[in-house]
Design a protein around this ligand. Structure first.
Ligand code: ADP
Length: 153
């Protein structure tokens, strides 16, 4: 049987416990999950440096050989195809997420028909965690450690 590989794409700026929850639950559905941090080579607008974030996410999942962490800077559908991923994993917190996810999944379907988007509804205790809130708290010197599945160095 072919391996069920899912791509979990995002900015992950930073990767939070909400994201970790989606990945760990995704492991029940997929043989392998590729966490892919998207970046734009032309404009770097990230708050947390991308390679540092890759290392931190790897440290959070070090005991899972079937979780990979990579960066990419191309169409998500194309990157999925190249990596043999037939599933796109995404999380849903609310109707705003739904509106957004609905439109990108329709576009991805046009670009790569065999790519199936799979959405996991957030676990209630993580529903309010967003990367933007964590960035805001961090920027003003607040303690963000309880929102993240690794230790910020
Ligand atoms: P993007 O920039 O592509 O929206 P994010 O890094 O913000 O990427 O999020 C990646 C995915 O994780 C998205 O599907 C998003 O809805 C989901 N996600 C973000 N935070 C949570 C959370 N707290 N619980 C569940 N899913 C989440």
């Amino acid at each position: 049987m072919t391996k069920r590989i899912a791509l979990f794409p995002g900015s992950f700026d930073p990767f939070t416990k909400g994201h970790e929850d989606i990945v760990l639950r995704g492991l029940q559905l997929f043989d392998e999950i590729i966490i892919a941090l998207g970046y734009n080579a032309q404009k770097s607008t990230r708050y947390f440096e991308i390679n540092m974030m890759v290392n931190l996410i790897e440290s959070a999942f070090s005991k899972y050989p079937n979780i990979k962490v990579v960066t990419f800077s191309e169409l998500t559908a194309e990157f999925a195809r190249k990596n043999g991923a037939r599933f796109l994993l995404r999380g849903l917190r609310n109707t705003t997420d739904f509106e957004y996810e609905n439109s990108i999944s329709q576009v991805n379907r046009q670009l790569y028909t065999d790519l199936e988007s799979v959405f996991l509804i957030t676990t209630p205790k993580f529903a309010w965690i967003s990367s933007s809130i964590v960035r805001e708290v961090h920027k003003y010197g607040g303690d963000v450690s309880e929102f993240l599945p690794y230790q910020l160095r």
